[in-house]
Design a protein around this ligand. Structure first.
Ligand code: SF4
Ligand code: SF4
Length: 432
């Protein structure tokens, strides 16, 4: 990892950049600012100056340039010279280490109870805003100065669980017309027999998206998986890692290894719904990492049931952790292609981060808002009926952008669409 890079390795990695600029169109900070210094190439040139002692990393402008990197990996995925994620992590760590005032609020942010409270309170306040200001509440508050705008942004980016099964079904029926469905194919294939799967809950997924999380488990059981949810598991550590809280990150990793190790010999996979958690667990060496599989890839491998028709045009947003970190790009598209009636639409700038990136929206609210809006515009430009994605952070960030630029377009968890299609293919009782 970046912490173990010595000076020679750093120089080698830094000099691997040939300054071709191919990464620039994929870098969200460069696109948001138009500033070359805020590009991968600019950051690496600046890093060279810091390492050579010509520039001080504690200078506010240098720190800001490094700190505003999202760590999204879009540049490393594009770079023909193999510029590595470790180098960008080093750059962000330099910024964190050079800021003596940085007190990461990680103890609050990664607690499930706090996230659950945030979800409940956020829903109540958002409900009040809708009642008082109507469906266009987000746009109205955007035009208010100061605290009103900040509160609107905070509420707008809170990941919204689509709610109970009935609420989700009603939402899809509104979108797809909800008319009588064609007869379902009689070629029901047998579900995968007895695949044993341990479930990693993840604090954001389980606390902010409890219904979606439960529906995914319903779906996996229906596909023949035998599920176990190990006790004692905790936050994956991605938030602590984003905040450069190394001690906290290590403790969470140890706790999860302790919780999962007794189960690894008795299961075939450890399934993770949120792409960010998946990448964090995958990035650690060891048996747990080897068994981690993201939920969409597992569903795509299993999905032997006939999925019912859902006549919808859906734009797919790939979280950076899935697309650039785990290399999960084809699986969601193959899975969606099995749902009769679904038309998959690809947005422009699909490789570019939406600006969620862990706690980036809290640390850099203005920059993050620009990125979220740009992403929402690209998705809306596909002409889709709905957007689907697989990470709670992206879901909230893009929901907020869509509320401003295309409030008629909802964003929904991809696994909820599959759940709805699976329900449409068979008796309702099987899914509840
Ligand atoms: S694509 Fe790679 S080599 Fe080219 S400018 Fe970007 S980081 Fe440097
Ligand atoms: S990690 Fe993302 S934000 Fe940072 S330089 Fe690379 S593309 Fe830009």
């Amino acid at each position: 990892m970046s912490g173990s890079l010595d000076r020679t390795q750093l120089d080698d990695l830094r000099q691997s950049c040939v300054e071709c600029g191919l990464c620039l169109p994929n870098c969200a900070t460069y696109l948001a600012t138009g500033n070359e210094a805020q590009s991968p190439r600019g950051r690496l040139l600046l890093l060279g100056e810091v390492l050579d002692g010509r520039t001080d990393a504690s200078e506010p402008s240098v720190r800001e340039t490094f700190d505003q990197c999202l760590g999204c990996l879009a540049c490393t995925a594009t770079c023909p010279s193999g510029v590595s994620a470790d180098l960008l992590a080093y750059v962000r760590r330099l910024a964190a280490d050079a800021d003596p005032n940085r007190r990461p609020p990680v103890r609050l942010l990664d607690r499930r109870a706090v996230l659950r409270t945030l979800r409940v309170v956020g829903s109540l306040v958002r409900g009040a805003a809708v009642r008082l200001l109507g469906a266009g509440w987000r746009g109205r508050l955007e035009r208010t100065p100061g605290a009103g705008r900040r509160l609107a942004r905070l509420l707008g980016t809170l990941p919204v669980d689509p709610g109970s099964d009935d609420a989700l079904i009603a939402q899809f029926e509104t979108l797809d017309g909800g008319g009588p469905r064609p007869a379902v194919s009689s070629h029901h294939r047998a579900p995968a027999a007895g695949l044993r799967v341990a479930v990693f809950k993840g604090c954001a997924d389980a606390s902010l998206m409890p219904h979606t999380s439960r529906r995914l488990q319903d779906l996996l059981r229906r596909l023949g998986c035998e599920l176990t949810v190990p006790e004692g598991q905790d936050c994956c550590g991605a938030l602590a890692s984003h905040l450069e809280s190394r001690g906290r990150t290590s403790r969470l990793r140890r706790r999860n290894r302790r919780a999962f190790t007794p189960h690894l010999g008795h299961c075939d996979h450890v399934v993770v719904a949120a792409a960010g958690c998946g990448q964090e667990l995958k990035s650690q060496p060891g048996d747990l990492s080897d068994m981690v599989i993201d939920a969409v890839s597992l569903l795509e491998r299993l999905a032997p049931v006939d999925l019912g028709p859902v006549p919808l045009r859906v734009a797919v947003h790939d979280p950076c952790h899935a697309r650039h970190g785990l290399g999960v790009v084809e699986a969601p598209r193959r899975l969606l292609a099995r749902i009769p009636g679904v038309v998959v639409l690809e947005p422009a700038e699909a490789e570019v981060c939406c600006g969620s990136a862990g706690v980036y929206g809290v640390q850099h609210p203005e920059m993050s808002a620009v990125m979220g809006r740009r992403k929402a515009e690209a998705l809306a430009a596909t002409g889709c009926d709905a957007v689907v994605t697989t990470n709670p952070g992206c879901l909230g960030q893009i929901a907020d952008g869509l509320a401003l630029v295309a409030p008629h377009i909802p964003i929904l968890p991809l696994t909820d669409l599959v759940w709805y299609a699976a329900r449409a293919s068979g008796p309702r009782k099987e899914m509840s």
